[in-house]
Design a protein around this ligand. Sequence first.
Ligand code: FES
Length: 63
Amino acid sequence: MYVCVCHAIRCRDVKEAAGQGACRAAEVFRRAGVKPQCGRCLATMRDMLDEAAPPLLAACAAE
Ligand code: FES
C-alpha cells in the first residue's frame, strides 16, 4: 500500500526507513531522494514511525 502517492513511497519503505533509524517523515523523504509535495501523507507517515520505533523516537526527542 502506498503511503505517499505523490512519490510512490510504500508502507514497507517507511518501515524500512524506521528500521534504519529514521524517526521523522523528512528522513523518509530524504532517503527516497524527494521532497514532500502535497503533504497529505505526513500524518500517516508520522504515525507509522511512532508505531515502528517508540524507543527510537524517545532518543530522537532527546536530541
Ligand atoms: S502524498 Fe506524500 S507528498 Fe503528496
